[in-house]
Ligand binder design. Sequence first.
Ligand code: EPU
Length: 347
Amino acid sequence: MNNEPVDMGGFTLASDAPLGTRNTLRVDARAKLLAEVRDPTRLPELLTYPAVKDGKVLVLGEGSNVLLAGDYNGTVVVMATRGVETIQRDDRVLLRVAAGERWDDFVRWSLGQGYAGLENLILIPGTVGAAPIQNIGAYGVEVAEFVDSVEAWDTHANQFVILDRAQCAFSYRHSSFKAQAGRWIITAVTFALPRERPLNMDYAGIGEELERMGVPKPAPFHVAEAVVRLRSRKLPDPAVIGNAGSFFKNPIVSSATADALALAHPGLPVWPHAGGTAKLSAAWLIEASGFKGQRDGDAGISNRHALVLVNHGKATGPELLGFARKIMSSVEARFGVRLEPEPLVVS
Ligand code: EPU
């Protein structure tokens, strides 16, 4: 097999494939094998190929939530499936969406069809199949709320399965798919979207943005436009500078720890979280540690948002990871809070 993709019917295979354009941090790594799957029913066959079966497998969507720490000595599977199917309509609609669809395209399409719910989640990079894995969220909304079920190939049970929302075990930037990383290859997600739903405009910034836009009675697409404006201002565009969105999760600590920290550091944003815990702003902790806009070679922290690790050009995976670790040690030494990377770190 040479470097050119070979069509195997339903999927293509290429060896020693470059991944530089397949991850938004633009790390110039390579995969031993790269499979692009157009027909998910062919997944079982692909996974039994000796070259695939005997090695490790990584599923990549748009690569917007991974840090490739080196070349991947296994098979990278990209779901290149497309399509939205409307399953049922009454007061809400069920939409079955192929894993390979771009998330933002689907959000815009759903708003165009008059469905509500996804407006706060516009402009998030990545694919539909990746959305449930880290339970994407923004501006006070998480995708979990709208996931009806997830279809996947279960590599443990060797069969196609459908997981309902409870089985997905969603929590803040977490799910069964993260807890048992590598077990399932998501092939489609079914969303339940209402025709109407109270707009979620509580998150700081949305109300002000709508005012600036001069919208007194907002519809979902107005909220979407406000979120587009906010995100475009605050977050660096991966098309312009390599990044994977928030590189760290907002840490969850006990309420007592949060109270003590807030007392010692006025200005630290603290949000109440489930069961006697509180969520702290990782961006604030990183900025207060002096890293905003700083860089080590081509690995750096965005000057727009302290949560975003950026690749100024030719940073390698280990360089980016090294800079991230330096930030983690510094924040821990200063505040006693351990940050956790949000993207999947792949080695
Ligand atoms: N802040 C700073 N310095 C900064 C940026 C923010 O101190 O450079 C502080 C400010 O006090 C600000 C607060 O952090 O009020 C919160 O900032 P922001 O509203 O940008 O939200 P975030 O908590 O930093 C989270 C998500 C984002 C999502 C935004 C908006 C995580 C890990 N990140 O960021 O998600 O877009 O809220 O809802 O939960 C992503 O996951 O990739 C992502 C971009």
